[in-house]
Design a protein around this ligand. Structure first.
Ligand SMILES: [Fe+2]
Length: 136
């Protein structure tokens, strides 16, 4: 069983960003599966790194679209991206510094909620705006 699933409830109405969100969901699940399988830091560390790298790419992609179309809530949205990035970098730093190779369910659930809350609470708001600007 995956930790989380992308469902149409998470759709923001823009295909590119839905696809990117699906990829992020896939990476959180990959991390969960590796943790469940009891894999070590050598396996979990790179998956976490990959998730962070892709998160940064994805946030930049959203921000450049919002910038291009002069989205009014860009500053607030970007501030949220920055806060989310800091949170996930903190998770990474703690994991790397910690003695244990295990990633707790608390951390995994945090990542799941981190993603779902942002998509449902903040990303969804740009959907109608993007659609009006021909971005679907
Ligand atoms: Fe976003």
């Amino acid at each position: 069983m995956p930790l989380m699933e992308w469902t149409p409830k998470l759709s923001v109405g823009v295909e590119q960003f839905d696809n990117e969100h699906k990829k992020l969901v896939g990476m959180v699940n990959e991390l969960f599966d590796a943790a469940q399988a009891g894999r070590g830091k050598d396996a979990l560390g790179p998956i976490l790194d990959k998730l962070i790298e892709y998160t940064k790419t994805h946030f930049k992609n959203e921000e450049s679209r919002m910038t291009a179309h002069k989205y009014a809530d860009l500053a607030a949205h970007k501030a949220e991206h920055d806060a989310l990035t800091r949170q996930v970098l903190e998770v990474q730093a703690k994991y790397k510094a910690g003695a244990s190779a295990a990633l707790s369910m608390e951390v995994l659930n945090f990542l799941k909620n981190w993603l779902v809350k942002h998509i449902q609470g903040t990303d969804k708001k740009y959907g109608p705006f993007m659609n009006e600007h021909g971005v679907k």
